[in-house]
Design a protein around this ligand. Structure first.
Ligand code: GTP
Ligand code: SPV
Ligand code: MN
Length: 589
C-alpha cells in the first residue's frame, strides 16, 4: 500500500511501474517486521548468507557478480540538456536519447520480479539541510543497504510532506547485470537518476554518490550550498571544546580511517578525543552565525574492508560487529565469519573467496576483493559524535584536501587564503584505486576528490567554491592539503599514517586558532618541522623535514600538468585560478 498522499511521488511511481511492469509493488516503511521478512527472503534465495549469530549478530554476507565489483566511471553519465553544462570531466549523454535508450532497457525489466519503493532522507529527518529521495529497485540487497545507509521509510515521506515535488527520483534495476548494458545516468535538471545492470554499491545505492554528490552538487550550486566528498570529524581538547574538520580525499584514500582515528598516546593521555560525524560525504551551508556548517547526509558507513584491523581502525572494525552487510569478502566456513587481507595474519584455512570459490591462501591469490566493503550502521561506531543527528550540523574550522602522491605533495601545507585554497583543491591529483574499475595506481587530476562525482561543469564548480568563500568572508574555514602516502626509494610509506595523522591535524587546528607558526614556501604555508609532534614515533625530525620538502623541479612539472588540465575548461575556468597558477609558477622560479 502506498505510504503517502503526495501526488508527485504517486504519479512518478505509477510511471515507473507502467515502464518496468513488476509483478508486485512493495512500499518500504522501514519497520523491523518488514525488514526481517526481506532478510529471510534473501537468505532463502541465497542472495545473502547469515553469519555467525554469536560473533556477528545480525550480519549478512553478499557476493556481487564478478564483473560488478566497483563504480564504473566510463559508464556514468551526466545528462544535462546542454552538453556544455556537463563539462569536460564528465561523460555527457543527451537526456532525450538516454531516456529513450534506457527506457527500452527498463521496459518490462521487472516482469516476474517485485518492485521495492524506498523513501529515504539524506540527512537527519527534520533538518533544513536534509533532502528526500525515493529509490525504486528490484534488489533486496539495495533495500537492506539503504536501511543502513539512510533514514529510510515512512518518516522520510512525512518529512517531504503532502505537496512537495522536491525529491530525487531514483530508478534502479539489476536487469541481467550485463556489463555491456550497464548505465548510471543522472538527469540533474529533472532530479532523476536511472541505473541499470549493476548490483554494486556506488552504482545502485542511489542516495550515496548519485544523489548526495552528483545531483546534490548541482542543487547546491543553484541553492547556495555545497555537496562534497568529505569526511567530518571533531577533535575534543582536554577542556572539552570540540573543533570540526572536513576532509576530501579520493576513493580509498583514507577518509573512513581519518574520520575514526584513535589519538596516539601523546594526545590520549592529555585527554584529547576524536569524534566521527561522517566518513564519506558532507553537505555544507552557511549558518546563521556566518560560519560554514556541515551535516553528514548518510546514516552508515560503506567502508573498504581490506586493511581494516584492530590496529589500523579499531572503531571501523567495532562498527562491523553487528547488523552489518559484508560484500565480496572471504567467508570463513569453520566459524561462519568473514575475513579480508589485512584483518589479521591468520587467513582461514577452510574458506571461500569473494567469488564463492574454495580458497587456498597459500597460493598468494587474494581472498577478498580489493574493493570489498562493509555496510555498517553509524550507531555502532564507538566514537560516533554526539552531534551526528543534530539537524544544525557542526561548524567547520578547517577544510583539508589530500590524495595519494608518492612524491610531489608534502605531508601538509596551508593555503594563503580561501582563493588560494580553492586553487589547492582544484590541482589535487591522486593515484587511482580499486574503488572504480580500471587501472590502479595511475596519477590523475581529481579536483576536491570530486572528479567522478561533480554533477555539472567543473569550471562552474570552481566558481561556486570561490563564491562560497566570498559569502563566508573572514568566517570561512582555513584550507589545507595533506599527503599520508609519500614513499621512500623502496616504495614504503614514510609517514606512519592512521592514528598518527592526528599529529598533523593538531598543527592544522593550532593554525586555525592562531597558535602555530608557519614558514612560507612556493606552494603555501608549511609547519616548522619541530611543530609536528613526533613524541613516541620511531621517526626523526629529519624525516619530517623530508616529508615537508617541496621539490621545485617536481613542482615545475606539476605546474605543466595543471596548465594542461586547466586548458580543458576554456573560458569556464575562473580567472582567479589562472592567476593562482601564474603565482605558483612565479614562486617556483
Ligand atoms: P572510500 O570509501 O572509497 O571513499 O574510501 P576512503 O577514502 O574512506 O578510504 P579508507 O579510509 O577506507 O582507506 C582506504 C585504504 O587506504 C585502506 O586500505 C587503508 O588501510 C589505507 N589507508 C587509510 N589511511 C591511511 C594512512 O594514513 N596511511 C596509509 N599508508 N594507508 C592508509
Ligand atoms: C567511493 O568509491 O568513493 C565509495 C564507495 O565511497 S561507492 O559507494 O561505491 O562510491
Ligand atoms: Mn567515497
Amino acid at each position: 500500500m502506498a505510504l503517502t498522499k503526495n501526488q508527485n511521488v504517486l504519479n512518478w511511481v505509477d510511471e515507473v511501474v507502467a515502464l518496468t511492469k513488476p509483478d508486485q509493488v512493495v512500499w518500504i516503511d522501514g519497520s523491523e517486521e518488514q525488514l526481517k521478512a526481506l532478510r529471510d527472503q534473501a537468505l532463502a534465495s541465497g542472495e545473502m548468507t547469515a553469519l555467525n549469530e554469536e560473533k556477528l549478530p545480525g550480519c549478512l554476507l553478499h557476493r556481487t557478480a564478478v564483473n560488478d565489483v566497483a563504480r564504473v566511471e566510463h559508464r556514468t553519465f551526466i545528462c544535462s540538456q546542454d552538453e556544455k553544462d556537463a563539462g569536460p570531466t564528465n561523460n555527457w549523454w543527451d537526456p532525450k536519447e538516454a531516456y529513450t535508450k534506457l527506457g527500452e532497457m527498463f521496459d518490462g525489466v521487472m516482469k516476474g520480479r517485485t518492485m521495492y519503493v524506498i523513501p529515504y532522507s539524506m540527512g537527519p529527518i527534520g533538518s533544513v539541510m536534509s533532502k528526500v529521495g525515493v529509490e525504486v529497485t528490484d534488489s533486496i540487497y539495495v533495500v537492506l543497504n539503504m536501511d543502513i545507509m539512510t533514514r529510510m521509510g515512512k518518516a522520510a515521506l512525512d518529512h517531504l510532506g503532502p505537496d512537495s515535488n522536491d525529491f530525487v527520483r531514483g530508478l534502479h534495476s539489476k536487469a541481467d547485470i550485463d556489463e555491456e548494458k550497464r548505465y548510471i545516468c543522472h538527469f540533474p535538471e529533472d532530479n532523476t537518476i536511472w541505473s541499470i545492470n549493476s548490483g554494486y554499491g556506488g552504482n545502485v545505492l542511489l542516495g550515496k554518490k548519485c544523489f548526495a554528490l552528483r545531483i546534490a552538487s548541482y542543487q547546491g550550486k543553484n541553492e547556495g550550498w555545497m555537496a562534497e566528498h568529505m569526511l567530518i570529524l571533531g577533535v575534543e581538547n582536554p577542556q572539552g571544546d570540540v573543533r570540526y574538520i572536513a576532509a576530501a580525499f579520493p576513493s580509498a584514500c583514507g577518509k573512513t580511517n581519518l574520520a575514526m582515528l584513535i589519538p596516539p598516546e601523546v594526545y590520549a593521555k592529555q585527554g584529547y578525543k576524536v569524534w566521527t560525524v561522517g566518513d564519506d560525504i558532507a553537505w555544507l551551508r552557511k549558518g546563521e552565525d556566518g560560519r560554514l556548517w556541515a551535516i553528514n547526509p548518510e546514516n552508515g558507513f560503506f567502508g573498504v574492508a581490506p586493511g581494516t584491523n584492530e590496529k589500523s581502525n579499531p572503531n571501523a572494525l567495532a562498527s562491523t560487529r553487528k547488523g552489518t552487510i559484508f560484500t565480496n569478502v572471504v567467508h570463513n566456513l569453520d566459524d561462519n565469519t568473514v575475513w579480508w587481507e589485512g584483518l589479521d595474519k591468520n587467513p582461514p584455512q577452510n574458506a571461500l573467496n569473494w567469488k564463492g570459490e574454495k580458497w587456498d591462501s597459500s597460493t598468494g591469490e587474494k581472498g577478498a576483493h580489493p574493493n570489498s566493503r562493509f555496510t555498517a550502521p553509524a550507531v555502532n561506531c564507538p566514537c560516533i559524535s554526539s552531534e551526528f543527528n543534530n539537524p544544525k550540523g557542526v561548524p567547520i574550522s578547517a577544510i583539508v584536501f589530500g590524495g595519494r602522491r608518492a612524491k610531489t605533495a608534502p605531508l601538509v601545507y596551508q593555503s594563503r587564503d580561501w582563493q588560494h585554497g580553492v586553487f589547492v583543491g582544484s590541482i589535487m591529483a591522486s593515484e587511482t584505486t580499486a574503488a572504480a574499475t580500471g587501472a590502479v595506481g595511475v596519477v590523475r587530476r581529481d579536483p576536491m576528490a570530486m572528479l567522478p562525482f561533480c554533477g555539472y561543469h567543473m569550471g562552474d564548480y570552481f566558481k561556486h567554491w570561490l563564491e562560497m568563500g566570498e559569502k563566508l568572508g573572514d568566517k570561512a574555514p582555513k584550507i589545507f592539503n595533506v599527503n599520508w602516502f609519500r614513499t621512500d626509494d623502496e616504495g614504503h610509506f614514510i609517514w606512519p599514517g592512521f592514528g598518527d595523522n592526528m599529529r598533523v591535524l593538531m598543527w592544522i587546528l593550532d593554525r586555525c586558532a592562531g597558535k602555530a607558526d608557519a614558514v612560507e614556501t612556493p606552494i603555501g604555508y608549511e609547519p616548522k618541522a619541530e611543530d609536528i609532534n613526533i613524541e613516541g614515533l620511531d621517526l626523526t625530525i629529519d624525516t619530517v623535514r623530508d616529508l615537508l620538502n617541496v621539490d621545485k623541479s617536481l613542482w615545475k612539472e606539476e605546474a605543466k600538468g595543471i596548465h594542461e588540465f586547466y586548458g580543458k575548461f576554456g573560458d569556464r575556468l575562473p580567472n582567479e585560478l589562472q592567476d593562482e597558477l601564474a603565482a605558483l609558477e612565479k614562486n617556483l622560479d
